[in-house]
Design a protein around this ligand. Sequence first.
Ligand code: FAD
Length: 423
Amino acid sequence: MSDIAIIGAGFIGLASAAALMRDGHRVTLFDPSGVGQGASFGNAGTFAHYACIPVNNPSVFRDLPRFLLSSDSPFRLRWGYLPHLAPWLARFMMSSLPRRYEASAAALAALLARAQDGYAPLLSDPELARFVRSRECLYLYSNAASFDAASPALDLRKKLGVSFDVLTGGDIRALEPSLAPIFERGVLFSDSWHFSDPPGFLQKLYEQLAAQGLSLQRSTVSAVQPLADGASVVVDGSAQRFSHVVIATGARSAQFATQCGDAVPLDTERGYHVRYPGAQQLISRPVGWAKRGFYMTPMSDGIRVAGTVELAGFGNAHNDSLISLLTFSSKRALPALDQPDNSWLGFRPTLPDGVPVLGRSSASERVIYAFGHQHLGLTLAGVSGRIVADLVAKRAPPLDLAPYAATRFQISPGRCRQQFQDS
Ligand SMILES: Cc1cc2nc3c(=O)[nH]c(=O)nc-3n(C[C@H](O)[C@H](O)[C@H](O)COP(=O)(O)OP(=O)(O)OC[C@H]3O[C@@H](n4cnc5c(N)ncnc54)[C@H](O)[C@@H]3O)c2cc1C
């Protein structure tokens, strides 16, 4: 049995704690906000095992001008943030070239193919399984042209093993009669599910683990120090020693990676949600409007409308126009909606290639990274936790971890040449 610290108590930190405790380790979680906050609090709640198409894909070259200039675009860039973002954005555009985007999609698909197995130990518990709603997810396209624009990405999904059915407008209305008759095409992803209350699920998981000995320190960690036989976590100037430390601090993980020998270009894709209380009966499954970049998910307390991407870092104020866009677009899709009663901003942790970092640090095999899950942290939590536990136990992980290494961002002349050839 080892003493292990996990920094960050979101989906990734909690799932890692569960997997490590199944192996018999003693775990201490560090998070000043408590459990299930951060991006894990307000996401769309979908188990999106079909979502292997990263935001960095070749269509950004076609769509970027419209995204940046149109008032109904779900993608925004805060121009004042551009000087800080420029290196990330340059890598993002490079990662959107066809060969590299296909490599990212394959890396995501390999993880997503194991995502359900990763959740199996958690969802075998009836107390946790009661948060799961097993319904397919429906993507909507308002006309044949927007569906046709998505067909290369759908073809790649199919090639990577994702199964789905294509629907007509009539099929959509039969499935979800409350939707406005403005959608001509749809895609139904089978075998997916969603959480009725994502932070509620994490709170219940935490309570179960706490009853088995998990401890939570509501503290901000300022540093991680790799040691010869473990690593220290620094809180309020004093170091606490552990046999291993897991970095699961979502969008705020880059500082710790730097301390452990890995410069990673992590930034955040900000996303928003609005909630319509009590409206959950209007739809029976998560419904995504592809062009408007959001999902409407029926949850225990209402419909949560979550999505959009804003590149604006941590410090900038909420973007009211994106909240208005979510409100306007969701009412257009579901005319019976009344008024939302709250809104939320969260910080997705995103590397420019859209692939998470999972693996050991360069400075020490005792520091393990599990961050950068962009739009998929809920979906990939179970498999990520399992990989963390495998690395601690020195067991073979369920897949080759090379595509997820923090070192993939190192720049050396040979690597640059290789990347240029790959593109
Ligand atoms: C609008 C929106 C919709 C989404 N929809 C989905 C979806 O439907 N399906 C899906 O799979 N994913 C979805 N996501 C993505 C998903 O929410 C994230 O990928 C996931 O929550 C990341 O989890 P995490 O544990 O890595 O990070 P977080 O949940 O952000 O947790 C990190 C934690 O680290 C803590 N922390 C930070 N710094 C420190 C420090 N110095 N010391 C101690 N603690 C620290 C923070 O307080 C935080 O609690 C969505 C995200 C958004 C924003």
